[in-house]
Design a protein around this ligand. Structure first.
Ligand SMILES: [Zn+2]
Length: 60
């Protein structure tokens, strides 16, 4: 079987030792993304929108 999905991080062919990533480096990157993503979910996403709206509503 040639079922080698590309590395989701950089798109290179995945290695068997570090599937589905091409290397431990990319595995770490993906793990970091997960952690940052999880930390962001409980945070107040509305704040970012409010900030943008405030700037947009700034008359003058
Ligand atoms: Zn990679």
């Amino acid at each position: 079987m040639t079922d080698t999905a590309p590395c989701p991080v950089c798109g290179k062919p995945a290695q068997a030792a570090t599937r589905p990533f091409c290397s431990q480096h990319c595995a770490d990157i993906d793990l970091g993304r997960w952690f940052t993503g999880q930390y962001r979910i409980p945070g107040p996403l509305v704040d970012e929108e409010n900030i943008q709206k405030n700037e947009g509503n700034d008359e003058r």
